[in-house]
Structure formats: structure tokens, C-alpha cells
Design a binder for this molecule. Structure first.
Ligand code: ATP
Length: 277
């Protein structure tokens, strides 16, 4: 597959014939996807289409049965591998996070009895340089880095509109704010690519509208590249520049929201019946 974008740059994330089998079931079937810097891209499809399995292959939860997961690390990478092309197959999730891919999960996974600030600090911890000994000895360099960490964490809380809740326990946040906190924690790992698995799941329309604004702002103000799985079609159509559609593990369509809206194969997959083009 080509690694040249419309603008001539390499994609940040490149999936080449990605395949994942569970016994006799092929959950992801030779999928080719490219995500370019600064885009918001949606991955949609009916229940069981293979979307979460796709995320799990990219983020190291599963080792793909076939194909390749590549990243072209941006020059300004925090990890110092800028410009390199890396194959992620078989890497551990924390290693992949360290390279610069962060994700949220379909089900909320916060430390419920920790504060909002602490949840984000845990995300940022990955980027700290001081070791355990410095932390036990409370060396000046450790304390300086810790102070810096809190400032960074506050920045991400502010981006997601949660700074006034920094001392609240995560479990006391509204549902929408818990989902927002998960995104703040993912941002604190300083990714170049953010993968969101059904960020609007369980949200009411008001919360979804606010989330729409937040995600858009991440792109326009923070320069974040975002790949999201989402069932809320209003959100998908309003946010995405491009959409990939999966059904039964295969990619059945790719295009702009307008193209996808009118694609007969997509309409058929969702409605389960033939539709005239
Ligand atoms: N660990 C697993 N072991 C066996 N089968 C699995 C496993 N994970 C997913 N599957 C199967 O793979 C297929 C794709 O599931 P997946 O969760 O990726 O779909 P999805 O598109 O994310 O669905 P949804 O929109 O409902 O979350 C389904 O048939 C599912 O039952």
C-alpha cells in the first residue's frame, strides 16, 4: 500500500493488511488504514464489526495474527525516535504508549478513589525521568520534576475543562466528566496519536455536544491527531474529515462523511438490506 498522503507526507499510523483471528473467527480481515497528522478520522461499523479488536491490535493488547502496524514517529517525538518508522506488532501496550499512542476504553477505567489530578498525574508519570531512588530520597531534582508534573497535569485538565474539579474524587464526577477525565489522562502521556473508543457512549445529548467541542478543540488548538470509534453518527459526521467503515472484520468503505452517508454498502451494513444508490 502507498505511504504517500494527499499532501505528500507519510502517515503517522499505517496498517498494512492487519488481520486478527480468534480461533476460527477472523475479527479483523486484511485491513489497510492510514492516519495522517492533524486529522480526525472515525472508524465505524455495526456491533461486532471488529473495531475494538482493531484498536487492541494497534495498542498492543493483542498481537495481530497477520499484517503490519507501522508508525512514522513525528520529528518532535518526546521519546527521541523522531523520524523513525517503527513496527509495533508484538510490542507491549506500555511500550506503545511510550512511543506516542494513547487510548481510552469503551468502559471507563479510572482510579475511582483517587482525585481527578492524581488520575492525570498517573498518565504523565510515564514521561518522568527521575527514578524510584530519587523519589524515596525526595531529591531537589525529583521535587522540581514533580512540581512540573502537576503544572502539566493542570494543563491537560484545563484542555478538557476539568480544572475546577482537580481535587474531586474521580467517582464523584458526572458520567460525561469521567469520560473527559479519561481523555485528559491519555493526553498526559503526551501522545502524537489519540485513539478514542466510543467516547460518547452513555452520554446524554448535552454531554455529547460538549464532547464534540472538546475533541474539535484538541485538533485545532492542541494539534492532536485523533482516531475514534463511535456509534453516535451525529458526532462522527460532525467531527471527522475521513471515515473508515468495517463490517464482519473487513473494510467496506472509506471516504468523507458525505461519501459515507451515501454509500450503498454502508447503508446495507447498517440496515441489513439492499439500498438503491
Ligand atoms: N478476545 C476475544 N476472543 C474471541 N472473540 C473475540 C474476542 N474479542 C472480540 N471477539 C469477537 O471478534 C468480533 C469483533 O469484536 P469487536 O469487539 O472488535 O467488535 P466491535 O466492532 O468493537 O463491536 P462493538 O461496536 O459492539 O463494540 C466479534 O465477533 C467478537 O465476538
Amino acid at each position: 500500500m502507498s505511504d504517500q498522503s494527499i499532501s505528500g507526507t507519510k502517515p503517522l499510523l499505517e496498517l498494512d493488511e492487519l488481520t486478527m483471528d480468534f480461533g476460527g473467527l477472523r475479527a479483523v480481515d486484511q485491513v489497510n488504514v492510514s492516519i495522517y497528522s492533524g486529522e480526525i478520522v472515525a472508524l465505524i461499523g455495526p456491533n461486532g464489526a471488529g473495531k475494538t479488536t482493531f484498536f487492541n491490535c494497534v495498542t498492543g493488547v493483542y498481537k495481530p495474527s497477520g499484517g503490519h502496524v507501522y508508525v512514522n514517529v513525528p520529528e518532535d517525538s518526546k521519546e527521541g525516535r523522531g523520524g523513525q518508522r517503527l513496527r509495533l506488532n508484538g510490542m507491549k501496550p506500555n511500550h506503545i504508549t511510550n512511543i506516542g499512542l494513547a487510548r481510552t476504553f469503551q468502559n471507563i477505567r479510572l482510579f475511582q478513589n483517587m482525585s481527578v489530578l492524581e488520575n492525570v498525574l498517573i498518565g504523565h508519570h510515564l514521561r518522568l525521568k527521575q527514578g524510584i531512588l530519587a523519589s524515596i530520597l525526595q531529591t531537589p531534582s525529583f521535587l522540581k520534576e514533580e512540581e512540573q508534573s502537576v503544572l502539566e497535569a493542570l494543563k491537560y485538565l484545563k484542555v478538557m475543562g476539568l480544572e475546577t474539579h482537580m481535587n474531586d474524587l474521580a467517582k464523584n464526577l458526572s458520567y460525561g466528566d469521567q469520560r473527559r477525565l479519561e481523555i485528559a489522562r491519555a493526553l498526559a502521556t503526551e501522545p502524537f496519536l489519540l485513539l478514542l473508543d466510543e467516547p460518547a457512549a452513555g452520554m446524554n445529548p448535552r454531554e455529547t455536544a460538549a464532547l464534540n467541542e472538546d475533541i474539535k478543540r484538541l485538533q485545532t488548538e492542541e494539534g492532536m491527531t485523533i482516531l475514534l470509534i463511535e456509534h453516535d453518527m451525529n458526532l462522527v459526521m460532525s467531527l471527522s474529515e475521513r471515515i473508515y467503515v468495517m463490517d464482519y472484520g473487513q473494510l467496506i468503505a472509506t471516504g468523507t462523511p458525505e461519501q459515507i452517508r451515501q454509500n450503498p454498502a454502508v447503508i446495507k451494513a447498517y440496515l441489513g438490506e439492499e439500498v438503491d444508490a
